[in-house]
Design a protein around this ligand. Structure first.
Ligand code: NDP
Length: 244
């Protein structure tokens, strides 16, 4: 077993599937004790059984500030500290702006943007104490907006902006901020899209290329999280080779 992260404690949001699940497993395999948050408790329990190290499943809804604060508190209570926050929970509900169901906009902003901000707010005192790391799972959509993903892109642009402010505020205190920007990764993300045309487009896009796997992004997170303290990997953009 890899021991690179022995003695470190990580909290991963959105760990019940996809990138978060793979990241929680990768951090665990590298020796970290991991708290894994998400709404689907059953999936997190299975993850705890699968993880090579100690993994604490946490019921967490990132849109609820109290729930986020409780998840951070439970992590610290169980493991004594928090060194790595992976802000990964997210939803992508693509569709045209005209005639959109704006409750989907609210859900994306509350989950992707506000949720990750709440987690930073709750975790920061602990991260400052340990000179820790914040990993922000953004997207290629945090760099380039395109038609039918305006609100999703706005949340990811927002994450990038917030992350740069955060970096400038805490880097002198030894806290590192890492923005990870994946291209197309094969996960459950697109299954939540309700617009049939958008869903079909996502399926076609997936079939047109060799997509990334969640483990590819987990490897990038692990790379950033295992650098020596004087090295801050601030941004990682990872696309499938086949994605233009
Ligand atoms: P998944 O749908 O597989 O994972 C999303 C995770 O977020 C799930 O674990 C889900 O858990 C969790 N989640 C959603 N809403 C909430 C909530 N309110 N509170 C807590 N957890 C929540 O998709 P991915 O793994 O692909 O997505 C992970 C991140 O990666 C997202 O931020 C996404 O935007 C980003 N990303 C994904 C890309 C891709 O191509 N797949 C590309 C670029 C970025 P649960 O439902 O149990 O709460």
């Amino acid at each position: 077993m890899n021991t690179t992260l022995n003695g470190k404690v990580a909290l991963v949001t959105g760990a019940s599937s996809g990138i978060g699940e793979a990241t929680a497993l990768a951090l665990s395999a590298a020796g970290a004790r991991v708290a894994a948050g998400g709404r689907r408790a059953d999936r997190l329990k299975l993850l705890a059984d699968q993880a090579p190290g100690e993994l604490l499943p946490l019921e967490l809804d990132v849109t609820d500030q109290e729930s986020v604060r409780a998840a951070v508190a439970q992590t610290v209570e169980r493991f004594g500290a928090l060194d790595i926050l992976v802000n990964n929970a997210g939803v992508m509900l693509n569709g045209p702006i005209a005639g959109a169901d704006t409750t989907q906009w609210t859900r994306m902003v509350e989950t992707n943007l506000l949720g990750s901000m709440y987690a930073v707010h709750a975790a920061l005192p602990h991260l400052l104490e340990r000179r820790g790391i914040v990993v922000q799972v953004s997207s290629t959509s945090g760099r380039t907006a395109s038609a039918y993903s305006g609100v999703y892109a706005a949340t990811k642009f927002g994450i990038n902006a917030f992350s740069e402010s955060l970096r400038q505020e805490v880097t002198a205190q030894g806290v590192r901020v890492v923005v990870v920007e994946p291209g197309f990764v094969a996960t459950e993300l697109t299954t939540h899209i309700t617009d049939p045309t958008m869903r079909a487009a996502a399926r076609e896009l997936a079939e047109s290329m060799r997509t990334l796997r969640p483990e590819d992004i987990a490897a990038a997170v692990l790379y950033a999280a295992t650098q020596p303290e004087h090295v801050a990997v601030n941004e990682l953009l990872i696309r499938p080779t086949d994605q233009t």
